[in-house]
Design a protein around this ligand. Structure first.
Ligand code: GDP
Ligand code: IMO
Ligand code: MG
Length: 424
């Protein structure tokens, strides 16, 4: 399949980085199409752990990597990652950065932080990386784009115009400190010098690569339920992680995408605020967090843990057009004697539904209806193929396939790069 999208099917941190790393072996190019350094994708290779925020995960395999127009770029983070990979002996000369991607500027971080502080109890629980304010400026047509760094005069001018408004906002509305034009202009000119060689017409590049019959991966960040349009608004991110946006976020036609692989944990986690019907109540919540090491890659925050939610996954299959599923972290469930799986929701009027509620109030009030499966209580480390899985683990996977009508083609059995079972 020449063009495959890897998309998060839950609330993020499903193990997308690991799946991209696996498939990158047989791919020619890996592209990010949305989001920014709110992402944290972990890849474990022997004793080495890579935590990647800005670059596509294909960088670990030394593949050409595209940061598409749909992304937002924090130059400080990007340069930090480029430096890190270079110091680890990786070649970064084949990183292609879209001139149409927007820059996360220091005021976006300041506004994200101040706005969350101000919201108090109503806060979204953002990663505070400036994502929302940056995409808001994009939509307002006030943003500074990667291509603006190509000309020092234009860059300075854009910073000056932006600061005239942002400083007023920061001081008068948020009672924060203003930014100094000269300091920021000098800092960004130095970033610009480092990053200019990477700026490329990435739409043209990806189109050419596909015409040449090469294999391209599109790496989603965040996930379906954090999607600005399809997620649990307002507790979402400010971009569209869903698979169809891979085309827009890179600049190719929708008909160029051949396959969509959804990545889902064998349970669910969520970091940040917002409704979460299958969130585990009681001691199993902490147990799951410890067993799965469920702490944020970017923020270190505790992730909330829940039982697998097939209503939400069914919805993810629908809005992404998922053809196949990668089910990660099945090994974490080895420690439970019983495994509740949410197969439907009970709504306020006592109506039971297998479909994800279209209205926020229904979703907030939805109660999970569980089917409880027996656990397997044995480690999966020694499983070399799906046939080696304990019968109860196989039954768990089969329930997912039956309920969703989608095949589970990859099963995660550990954090290490090689701990994955492949089904034809
Ligand atoms: P991403 O944001 O979707 O790429 O996921 P993260 O990297 O934020 O979080 C997934 C975490 O689970 C990382 O620490 C991975 O190393 C780890 N992980 C991925 N797949 C598996 C798996 O199958 N089993 C276990 N135990 N850990 C996994
Ligand atoms: P990866 O790619 C999990 C969540 C934040 C918050 C909401 C909005 O590693 O799966 P933002 O900073 O984007 O404005 O925050 O989205 N969030 C993520 N949760 N994984 C992520 O990325 C996330 N990126 C953002 O916690 O609830
Ligand atoms: Mg993550």
């Amino acid at each position: 399949m020449p063009a495959t999208v890897i998309v998060g099917a839950q609330w993020g941190d499903e193990g997308k980085g690991k799946i991209v790393d696996l498939l990158a072996q047989d791919s020619d190019v890996v592209c990010r199409y949305q989001g920014g350094p709110n992402a944290g994708h972990t890849i474990v290779v022997g004793d080495e752990t890579y935590k990647i925020r800005a670059l596509p995960s294909g960088i670990v395999r030394g593949k050409p990597c595209v940061i598409g127009n749909g992304c937002v770029v924090d130059l400080e983070v990007l340069i930090g990652e480029l430096d890190e990979f270079e110091s680890r002996g990786q070649d970064t000369s084949k990183v292609y950065l879209s001139g149409n991607a927007h820059l996360i500027m220091p005021w976006h971080l300041a506004i994200d932080q101040a706005s969350e502080r101000r919201l108090g109890k109503l806060a979204i629980g953002t990663t505070r990386r400036g994502i929302g304010p940056c995409y808001a400026d994009k939509a307002m047509r006030l943003g500074i784009r990667v291509q603006d760094i190509l000309d020092p005069k234009i860059l300075r001018q854009k910073i000056e115009v932006a600061l005239a408004e942002k400083n007023l906002w920061l001081v008068r509305v948020y009672e924060s400190e203003p930014f100094d034009l000269e300091t920021i202009a000098a800092q960004y000119e130095s970033y610009a010098q480092r990053v200019r060689p990477y700026v490329t017409d990435t739409s043209l590049y990806v189109d050419q690569v596909l015409r040449d019959g090469k294999v391209v991966l599109f790496e989603g960040a965040q996930a379906t339920l954090l999607d600005l349009d399809h997620g649990t608004y307002p507790f979402v991110t400010s971009s569209n992680p869903v698979a169809p946006n891979a085309a827009t976020g890179v600049g190719i036609g929708a008909n160029r995408i051949d396959r969509v692989i959804g990545v889902a944990k064998a349970y669910v986690t969520r970091v940040g605020e917002g409704p979460f019907p299958s969130e585990i109540q009681g001691a199993d919540q902490d147990r799951m967090r410890e067993l799965g090491h469920e702490y944020g890659t970017v923020t270190g925050r505790s992730r909330r843990c829940g039982w697998l939610d097939l209503v939400a996954l069914r919805y993810a299959v629908r809005v992404n057009g998922i053809d196949q599923l990668a089910l990660t972290k099945l090994d974490v469930l080895s420690h439970f004697s019983e495994l509740p799986v949410c197969v439907s929701y009970r709504l306020r009027n006592d109506v039971e539904t297998r479909d994800f509620p279209a209205h926020q109030s229904d979703f907030h009030a939805a109660r999970p209806v569980y089917e409880t499966l027996p656990g397997w209580e044995e480690p999966l480390d020694a499983c070399a193929s799906v046939d080696d899985l304990p019968a109860s683990a196989r039954r768990y996977v089969e329930l997912v396939e039956r309920e969703l009508g989608v095949e589970v083609t990859l099963i995660g059995t550990g954090a290490e790069r090689t701990s994955v079972l492949t089904r034809a």
